[in-house]
Design a protein around this ligand. Sequence first.
Ligand code: MN
Length: 348
Amino acid sequence: MDQIGQIKDIVGNAQKILIIQADNPDGDSLGSALALEAILHELGKTPILYCGVDVPGYLRYLQGWDRVQTEIPHDFDASIIVDASTMSLLERLSDSGAQGWVAAKPCIVLDHHQSVENVVPFANVLINEFTRSSAGEVIYYLAKQLGWPIPVSAGECIMTAILGDTQGLTNQLAKVDTYRAMTELVELGVDRPSLEEKRREASKMQLEIYKYKGRLIERTEFAYDGKIALVHIPQDEINTYSPLYNPGPLVQGDMLQTMGVQVAVVFKEYTDGRVTGAIRSNPGYGMAADLAKHLGGGGHAFASGFKDVSGKPFNEIKSECIRYASELLAKIEEEKPDETVQYAYQTD
Ligand SMILES: [Mn+2]
């Protein structure tokens, strides 16, 4: 049986379906989960939402976010993991001891990530379409293919998922099919301007966050001729500011908007020795996935992340990050046609 047939079978035979988000909930993962919830509800199923990590504040404008529970229920017939296919992002699930429950029931994975290691070993169906902009887009086309109903509420969540991963349809993840899905969602009745307004309202800064942003900008370091921008956030600032606003998105866009900068890295250093890095790169410099992979993580060409739990000192991790990012940038520049050389050649 093909994957579509298998999905039909698993969903058809299940009543209670657990929808699982990985430990890094973003607009795509929450949007995908809520969209699936609405679709499954229309199909007469009983969907249950789970994420091991609390839904971040900036996503709490999406109706239904408060139905996401942080505990795995033991009573369900099948599960669907959205926007992740690696066990590295499902640590809360394995730590909770409930992984066995999930593995014992049929499990579907719906993802779109480029480089994936440590793939979910118990998935019965694993769909990882890396040509899709987002898990939301995967779900949209899957629902169409399966003839599943897409209520407007699901459409809003799918649009939110797509806009999240494509940064408002501005990055190269947005392809023809992405725009097609957006068009059809508008036809369905989804009102993008009102979604945008809710998003902006939910992501407004408190005054102290605005001032903290200034401090982060002042502390930003530059390497490799100003092409790499880095900022370091220690534990006490994570404690103080993270509950109010995620420090990464606070400055990373501005870092990339600084002339010359092609890649921006926001490090978080925890007192237990953990170091995480959020990596973003500019168009033409799609090296984020490669850099993250080298540092033990993964993701997309323009947005990725890693987590180092080896206990290595922060400065070592940072140096290695700068070294490898410089190497990747040098490689990209080597492959680009050199306009100054051509110009010199023509005038000679
Ligand atoms: Mn995604």
